[in-house]
Design a protein around this ligand. Structure first.
Ligand SMILES: Nc1c(NC[C@H](O)[C@H](O)[C@H](O)CO)[nH]c(=O)[nH]c1=O
Ligand SMILES: CC(=O)[C@@H](O)COP(=O)(O)O
Length: 212
C-alpha cells in the first residue's frame, strides 16, 4: 500500500487508554487470519495505548454476519448493567443515610445497608469502544457481497444508534492471499504485510476519546 493511500494518522502522543473499557467481538470463520487480527488489535490497545488487559472483554460469534447483532446486544447489556449499578449504589447510600439519621449515636448499625451494598457486586461498566473483527473471502456465489454489505451497514448503524464507537474490523477479500497479507501473515517473509488489527486498536482509542 503506497504512502498516499494510507489513512492520515492523528498524533497519538496524547492518547492514554488506561481508563478505557474496550470490547472485541470476533467471528470464528477463517480463524487463522482472525486470530492474528485480534492479536494485532490487543497489541495496539495494550502496548501502544495503555489499555489494561483486564479492561478488554473478548467475545466470539459464528460468522461476520452475526457481528452487528452481538455488538448491539452487548453494548445494551453493558449500559443497562451500568445504570443498575448506579441505582444500587443510590439505594445503598439512601439506606445508610436513613440509618444514621434514625440512630441516637449517629452511627449506622443497619445490616440492610451492607446487604444493599452486597447487591452492587462487580460491574464492568459501559464499553467505551467496540472492535468487530471478521474475514470474508469471496467464493463462487454472491454470498460474499450480501454479507459484506449487510455487515458494514449494520455495524455503522449500531455505532450511530448506541453512541458507542464501533470499529469496522472486517476484511472483505477476493483471495486468501489478500486476507493473509492484511493480517501480517503474507507468504513473503521479508514483507509479510501489515496487520490491520493494529490500526483498529488505534481507531478504537481515538474514537473512545472523542465519545468521552
Ligand atoms: N463465508 C463467510 C462467512 N459466512 C457465514 C456468515 O457470516 C454467517 O455466520 C452465516 O451466514 C449464518 O448467519 N462468515 C465469515 O465470517 N466469513 C466468510 O468468509
Ligand atoms: C463470504 C462467503 O460467504 C463465501 O465464502 C461463501 O462461498 P460461496 O459463495 O462459494 O458459497
Amino acid at each position: 500500500m503506497s504512502e498516499f493511500t494510507k489513512g492520515v494518522k492523528q498524533s497519538d502522543q496524547a492518547l492514554d487508554g488506561s481508563n478505557l473499557r474496550v470490547l472485541i467481538i470476533h467471528a470464528r470463520w477463517n480463524a487463522t487470519v482472525v486470530d492474528a487480527l485480534v492479536a494485532g488489535t490487543r497489541e495496539s490497545l495494550i502496548e501502544r495505548y495503555n489499555v489494561k488487559a483486564e479492561n478488554i472483554e473478548q467475545r466470539d460469534v459464528p460468522g461476520a454476519y452475526e457481528l452487528p447483532f452481538a455488538a448491539q446486544r452487548l453494548i445494551s447489556q453493558s449500559q443497562q448493567q451500568s445504570s443498575n449499578l448506579i441505582a444500587n449504589v443510590t439505594d445503598t447510600m439512601n439506606s445508610l443515610m436513613d440509618d444514621i439519621m434514625e440512630s441516637p449515636s449517629g452511627q449506622s448499625g443497619n445490616k440492610e445497608g451492607e446487604a444493599s451494598s452486597a447487591k452492587v457486586g462487580k460491574a464492568g461498566g459501559p464499553f467505551d469502544a467496540v472492535v468487530c473483527i471478521g474475514v470474508l473471502i469471496k467464493g463462487a456465489t454472491q454470498h460474499f457481497e450480501y454479507i459484506s454489505d449487510s455487515v458494514s451497514q449494520g455495524l455503522m448503524r449500531v455505532g450511530l444508534e448506541t453512541g458507542v464507537p464501533v470499529i469496522f474490523g472486517v476484511l472483505t477479500c477476493l483471495t486468501e492471499e489478500q486476507a493473509l497479507e492484511r493480517a501480517g501473515l503474507g507468504p513473503d517473509k521479508n514483507n509479510p504485510g501489515h496487520n490491520h488489527g493494529k490500526d483498529w486498536g488505534a481507531a478504537a482509542v481515538e474514537m473512545a476519546m472523542l465519545k468521552l
